[in-house]
Design a protein around this ligand. Structure first.
Ligand SMILES: Nc1ncnc2c1ncn2[C@@H]1O[C@H](COP(=O)(O)OP(=O)(O)O)[C@@H](O)[C@H]1O
Ligand SMILES: [Mg+2]
Length: 257
């Protein structure tokens, strides 16, 4: 059975895209057929994996508008087992174009049904908002939501609203929707603040925070400009180690569930 997760946090810069591309790369590395879906009009996941965000067409935009079938919008990455369903800046118009469309919250879910078990994992990268694109991702996320949380002051701010949105989507659109886990990112071991933030988030979401914590690591921020995930760019860096272990933690939890 395909596992489908949305990586969501309406705050920008918390590590959503970094987590999607690097979890995706390590899942693929471990032999799992993995699809990364880029639902952000900024197309950072697309460009971080070396695909041209300006020229890729058709893209997820065409899938949402039912102008293309899912098979037409998949791009095989040179990394074995890794496939990309790219974004394109045109996606920024989709929220408006779909505003009166029937089934507008289900366009992504519908588009993905034709994959028919072709992948072991589908990871959906979301834009920094709770608009229709994120709602589409939440409706499609059969196996839950992964929430990256930056180890920074005010980390919890906004999470109540996110949890409320998840509850609404569960009630009206996707009864199975659950929080799969929160991932702590950009941890700075030199500060007490990082440690305190992790403790606080664990207190608010008991049993829901992944044990593996992603440190702040310059290699993780450099890799996208080379179009490479950390598994290729700096496989022995602390950032690579963290995402490798985090991937294993996710897979282990999935096997036990
Ligand atoms: N663990 C990390 N260490 C250092 N830089 C990071 C780390 N995670 C993300 N970054 C950098 O922080 C910025 C925001 O991360 P990104 O994944 O794009 O966040 P989001 O998708 O939530 O907006 C990017 O420049 C990214 O390279
Ligand atoms: Mg992003």
């Amino acid at each position: 059975m395909t596992k489908i997760y949305a990586i969501v946090n309406q705050k920008g810069g918390v590590g959503k895209t970094t987590s999607v591309i690097n979890l995706g790369a390590f899942l693929a590395d471990g032999g799992r057929r993995t699809l990364i879906v880029d639902m952000d009009p900024q197309a950072n996941a697309t460009s971080s994996l070396g695909l041209d965000k300006h020229g890729l067409s058709p893209s997820v935009y065409d899938l949402l508008l039912e102008a293309a079938k899912v098979g037409e919008v998949l791009y095989e990455h040179e990394i074995p087992n890794l496939t990309m369903l790219p974004s394109n800046p045109a996606l920024s118009g989709a929220e408006v174009e779909l505003v009166n469309a029937i089934g507008r919250e289900y366009r992504l879910q519908n588009g993905l049904t034709e994959l028919n078990g072709r992948f072991d994992y589908v990871l959906i990268d979301c834009p920094p908002s709770l608009g229709l694109l994120t709602i589409n991702a939440l409706s499609a996320a059969r196996d839950g939501v992964i929430i990256p949380v930056q180890c920074e002051y005010l980390a919890l701010e906004g999470l109540a609203q996110l949890v409320h949105t998840i509850e609404l989507v569960r009630k009206y659109l996707n009864p199975q929707l659950a929080i799969r886990g929160l991932m702590m990112t950009m941890y700075d071991s030199r500060t007490n603040l990082s440690r305190e933030v992790v403790e606080e988030v664990r207190k608010h979401f008991p049993g829901k925070v992944f044990r593996t914590i992603v440190p702040r690591n310059i290699r993780l921020s450099e890799a996208p400009s080379y179009g490479q995930p950390i598994s290729i760019y700096a496989p022995n860096s602390p950032g690579a180690l963290a995402y490798r272990v985090l991937t294993a933690e996710l897979v282990k939890g999935d096997r036990q569930s």
